[in-house]
Design a protein around this ligand. Structure first.
Ligand code: SF4
Length: 332
C-alpha cells in the first residue's frame, strides 16, 4: 500500500509549526506536501469562498486549501487553541477546520487535531502536547511506539528550528535548511541600517500578502530582525514589564518583542505590519504606537496591508521611511 500524503497549507501557523508537523508525519512514513507560495489566484479563490468580513490571511488560507485539493489524501488543518498555558490563538484558528469544511466542498478528509496545552506545569503541558500528536498519529498507525518515536523527532526538530531562528534566519530560510537544502536566500544580509520588523508571522513572512516588505528592505540596504529571532527568555523577561499578558498569542509576542526592541535600542527603526480586518491586532498596533512615543529616537511606522495593497504604495512608504532614518543617522 502506498504511503498516505498529507497536505499542509503554507499559511497562518505554518511559519511557526510546520517543521514539527512535517518531522512527525515523515517519521510515521507519511508524505507531506505543502501548497505553493501565495499568489493572486489563491487570494481570488479565497475571497470567493470565505465570508466577506474575514481578514485577508483567512481568505488566503482558503485559497491555499483549495490549491491542495487534488494533491493530497488528507488536509491538515489543526485546531489551535493554546500552546503555552497563558495566551490563546485568535478564535478564527479554533474555528478554522469548521469554516473550511462547511464552505469548501469536494475536499479530501480534513484532519483537525486539537492543540490545547493549557496546564501550568511544563510536564503536564508536554503530556497534553503528546496526546494531540498521538491523536494525529493514530490516523496512520496503531503502533504506539512508532508514534512516540515520531513525537520525539518532532520535538528535536522543533528545537533545531528555534536554534536556526535565533541564529538570525527567518522562518522560510530555516525551513529550507531543515529540509536539507542550503540557505541561498540573501534577503537579510547585513546592511547599513537595522530595522525590527514586527507583526503576526503570516503577515511578515508571506511575501505576497505584505507585497514583499522584507525583500524591499533588503534592496534598500536594511538588515531585518523579527520576533522569531528572539529567544523565548527575552520575551518572558518582558512579561514583568506589564502586569497582564495579552489575551492572544501572536499579539502578546508582537507587543513584548516591540518593548524589547525599543528598550534595548539597538535598532535604527521599528516597522509594524498589520492586516486590515484583524480584530486582535487592532488594539496591539495602537498600543505599540503609544509605546513608541517614549522612544522618539527610534523611528516607528505602521504598515497596513489588505487584499488591495499596491506594490507602489508600500514601496514608496518603505523608501521614505528608510531615507528619513538614514538622514537622521547621518545627522543631515
Ligand atoms: S489574528 Fe487577525 S489576522 Fe490572524 S486570523 Fe485572527 S483576525 Fe485574522
Amino acid at each position: 500500500m502506498s504511503a498516505a500524503t498529507v497536505g499542509i497549507p503554507r499559511a497562518l501557523a505554518y511559519y511557526l509549526y510546520f517543521p514539527r508537523w512535517r518531522a512527525f508525519l515523515n517519521e510515521l512514513g507519511v508524505n507531506v506536501v505543502t501548497s505553493g507560495l501565495s499568489n493572486r489566484q489563491m487570494l481570488d479563490d479565497g475571497v470567493k469562498e470565505a465570508l466577506a468580513e474575514a481578514c485577508v490571511p483567512i481568505k488566503l488560507y482558503y485559497g491555499h486549501v483549495l490549491s491542495l485539493k487534488d494533491k493530497a489524501d488528507y488536509i491538515f488543518i489543526p485546531r489551535l487553541y493554546c500552546l503555552n498555558s497563558q495566551t490563546l490563538y485568535c478564535p478564527k484558528f479554533l474555528g478554522l477546520p469548521d469554516m473550511i469544511k462547511h464552505s469548501l466542498s469536494h475536499l479530501p478528509p480534513v484532519i483537525d487535531t486539537m492543540f490545547n496545552n493549557r496546564s501550568k506545569g511544563f510536564l503536564a503541558r508536554r503530556t497534553e502536547l503528546a496526546k494531540s500528536f498521538f491523536e494525529l498519529g493514530s490516523k496512520f498507525t496503531n503502533d504506539k511506539l512508532k508514534i512516540l518515536k515520531a513525537f520525539y523527532r518532532s520535538l528535536t526538530t522543533e528545537h533545531r528550528y528555534l536554534e536556526l531562528l535565533q541564529s538570525g534566519l527567518l522562518p522560510n530560510q530555516a525551513i529550507t535548511v531543515l529540509g536539507g537544502a542550503k540557505n541561498t536566500d540573501t534577503v537579510y544580509a547585513e546592511g547599513s541600517l537595522k530595522f525590527a520588523v514586527l507583526g503576526y508571522p503570516y503577515h511578515l513572512y508571506d511575501d505576497f500578502i505584505n507585497v514583499g516588505v522584507l525583500t524591499k528592505l533588503r534592496r534598500l540596504g536594511v538588515q531585518v530582525v523579527t520576533t522569531e529571532n528572539l529567544s523565548p527568555a527575552v520575551l518572558v523577561r518582558q512579561k514583568h514589564q506589564y502586569p497582564k499578558d495579552m489575551f492572544w498569542t501572536f499579539s502578546d509576542r508582537a507587543f513584548r518583542s516591540a518593548l524589547h526592541f525599543f528598550q534595548e535600542g539597538r535598532v535604527d527603526g521599528v516597522i509594524y505590519v498589520t492586516a486590515f480586518g484583524c480584530g486582535p491586532d487592532a488594539m496591539v498596533y495602537r498600543m505599540i504606537e503609544m509605546e513608541s512615543k517614549k522612544y522618539p529616537h527610534i523611528p516607528f511606522m505602521i504598515l497596513m496591508i489588505d487584499e488591495h495593497s499596491g506594490e507602489a504604495g508600500i514601496s514608496t512608504r518603505l523608501e521614505a521611511f528608510t531615507d528619513m532614518v538614514r538622514r537622521r543617522k547621518k545627522g543631515v
